[in-house]
Ligand binder design. Sequence first.
Ligand SMILES: Nc1ncnc2c1ncn2[C@@H]1O[C@H](COP(=O)(O)OP(=O)(O)OP(=O)(O)O)[C@@H](O)[C@H]1O
Ligand SMILES: [Mg+2]
Length: 483
Amino acid sequence: MRLPGRFEWKVLGAMLAVAVLAVALSAYALNFMVRRFADFSLEHDARMEGSSARAADVFRSYFADRKDVFRRRADEIAADAPARMADLARTEGLLRAQLLVGTEVVDSWEAPAETLNRSREAPPILVALPAAQGEPPRALELEFGIPAQMYQDFLALRAAIEQDQQIHRAYGLLLPRFLRQYLILVLAILAVAPLGGWLVARRVTRRVARLHRAARAVGSGDLSVRVAPKGKDELDELGRAFDRMVGELGQTRSRLEYLQKVSAWQEVARRLAHEIKNPLMPIQLAVQEIASKYSGNDPAYRRLLDTATEILREEITGLRRLVEDFSAFAKLPKVEPTPLDLVPLVEEIVRLQPEWQSFVKVETKEPVFAPCDKLLFRRVIANLVENALQAARAAGREPQVVIRVQRRPERERAAILVDDNGPGVPEAERQRVFDPYVTFRPGGTGLGLAIVRKIVIDHGGDVSAGEAPAPLHGARFVVELPC
Ligand SMILES: Nc1ncnc2c1ncn2[C@@H]1O[C@H](COP(=O)(O)OP(=O)(O)OP(=O)(O)O)[C@@H](O)[C@H]1O
Ligand SMILES: [Mg+2]
């Protein structure tokens, strides 16, 4: 596995720092909030506890007071010595009364059921009644009551206070445990977060690292490297821009090398033309002289002389044409482009060649403007069409050529496509055919395409050979000019 680079370490460090900071801040905030809340609720509890304890005390003192009142009332009743228990029915708070003689109940009274239901009995009070000598002791058993609702309220208050105390005790135990668990969770997150961060960051940093490696390769002269990103984010856009740039750099380099090569060949052509041209004239004169000076009448020798003169004349004409070609190639003028619509230009070039009318077709859709040197561009089209014509004829076919002029706005280029129905250019030769003196045609000098490419490159564009799609199936030459 590749070790992370410095950039990757920095991203990782940043992610870890952010994670630690976020978790630490949230832990601090949580701790602060829990403590504030605990303080607040403790204060509240203390206040509540105080007031509920006081409320319970109020109940208790009320009960104690009632007890005293009932005792006093019992003593007063005993002092009155009522004759019948039913006479006590109007006594406030009394629920039951019994007159006991010895252990025997001799009279009794009870409040109506409705009153009994609404009341809560206090413990019964036993008071002795004065008794004559020798008679069995007499006593009253009185049972008073308080409103049942009040007693229930007291019970509920007491239960609430107890519950509150229990919660309070549990709270003291639970809070530290809760904070401890939270701390463990935070530590676990901190242990896992860098790993997750690393995995996420790696996707980004890996692509940056690839870009970095590619840039280094380009720096050391390798223009074949490509990043070839698949995604759509900014980094992929950057990768694509990088690929485009390296591609253009490669093309520029190949064009410069080509121009250097062509310039050397132009020098060779100039010298060759010069060297061949000079002796041509004396040779031609000498041949004429030999032919005219013979006055003998040997028919065999005369025939030999005529044949030799004919051959020499043909060869001299061929050499003259070669000299012309070489000179034309050597003296290619400087390109002087002016912006113009390529469509009428191409149509005019084709129209001015009467012998092309039967097989060259121009297909266009819209005006295509590009800076172009009219005179030199005529030679570009002428060379391409001548080649197409020769290739188709050599293959024994009736020639067909289609020229298309197109706009390629995505590359800011104008394109001229020349398709034919010849045998096409073999893939292995598609680069080489543009080199000067490369020819596969008997009688060819191999300068046509060199001139084409030189002129197109001087326009700031380039030309390439490919395969024409159906229905022509032959070669396709694409000339691209900046527009
Ligand atoms: N349209 C084409 N179809 C097939 N082959 C082609 C086509 N155009 C060029 N070629 C090949 O490329 C070679 C180089 O072409 P180029 O025009 O440079 O030279 P040439 O035609 O051989 O000679 P010249 O143009 O100087 O008379 C040709 O010999 C031919 O083999
Ligand atoms: Mg040619």
